[in-house]
Design a protein around this ligand. Structure first.
Ligand SMILES: NC(=O)c1ccc[n+]([C@@H]2O[C@H](COP(=O)([O-])OP(=O)(O)OC[C@H]3O[C@@H](n4cnc5c(N)ncnc54)[C@H](OP(=O)(O)O)[C@@H]3O)[C@@H](O)[C@H]2O)c1
Length: 250
């Protein structure tokens, strides 16, 4: 995937990894970046980075009408980055079931809706690429992370399924598996589950740059930080070892 001259859409672009991805795409010559967020007012500083190339867009993964409207508005997209995601800590058997449903609805079904809305756009524009930001959490059921690992595992397998469907249609599908990254999401987890406070935190700008390197190199599975790369290496050789490691964080 050539980023120079591409037209990108990033969901969850107002903060964290999404915001860093917008900056990285601009630095590598993207012609236009549609920066999507559920509250477009939060995108003001993102747009200010390059007002002639960043277009703010309203998109809430749980509100289908906003996804359909975004696909109408951003009809020139050639690279879709499904970055937005949510989290709620707790143990599956006793936490609020509504919080589990929210994570599943947002991370899997919301992302699927975005894919369904934007595949025709990518096809009309001659093909292109999709990158789904998943997590190394997809490789093991960490008990204290509620529905998050299951939502990311589901997104992982959805990513594989649509990859096979979209390859003959000229659309490459990339899976991104970050490890612990220095964002609000990790702050929230570490506040609620002290074990996560000890993890090394990859800086967002480095993670974003590594994602773009992986896209440009045509990597199907992108492990954008050192922690993730190590987990990915072990996962390829011994998936049970990763399950034991991730499920051991209680
Ligand atoms: N940080 C990590 O350690 C880590 C590790 C592995 C994977 N990831 C994944 O990386 C992605 C970005 O995470 P992050 O660390 O940058 O988290 P973050 O700082 O918490 O940002 C999450 C982003 O997703 C957006 N979002 C949440 N629910 C949404 C919804 N219903 N509709 C639209 N947007 C929504 C948020 O918007 P609001 O500002 O409106 O809430 C925000 O822009 C997520 O998919 C996450 O699972 C993160």
């Amino acid at each position: 995937m050539k980023i120079d001259g591409s037209t990108v859409l990033v969901t969850g672009a107002n903060r964290g990894i999404g915001r860093a991805l917008v900056s990285a795409f601009l630095a590598r010559g993207a012609r236009r970046v549609h920066a999507a967020a559920r509250n477009p007012a939060a995108l003001e500083p993102v747009v200010a980075e390059a007002p002639d190339r960043v277009l703010p867009l309203a998109l809430d993964l749980t509100v289908p009408a906003t996804i359909d409207a975004a696909a109408q508005a951003a009809s020139d997209v050639t690279l879709l980055v499904n970055n937005a995601g949510t989290h709620a800590v707790g143990h599956l058997l006793d936490m609020d079931l509504g919080a589990v449903e929210d994570v599943m609805r947002t991370n899997c079904l919301g992302t699927l809706r975005v894919l369904r809305a934007f595949v025709p756009v990518l096809e009309r524009n001659g093909g292109g690429a999709v990158a789904n930001v998943i997590s190394i959490g997809a490789f093991g059921g960490t008990p204290s992370l509620g529905g998050y690992p299951a939502s990311k595992a589901a997104l992982h397998l959805m990513t594989q399924a649509v990859r096979a469907d979209l390859a003959p249609r000229g659309i490459a599908v990339h899976a991104v598996f970050p490890g612990p990254v220095d964002t609000d999401m990790l702050d929230y987890v570490a506040r609620n589950e002290p074990a996560f406070g000890d993890f090394p935190r990859a800086p967002v700008a480095e993670v974003a740059a590594a994602v773009l390197d992986g896209l440009e190199a045509g990597e199907e599975d992108i492990f954008p930080d050192a922690f993730a790369a190590e987990v990915g290496r072990v996962w390829r050789a011994d998936p049970k070892a990763v399950e034991r490691r991730l499920s051991g964080i209680t």
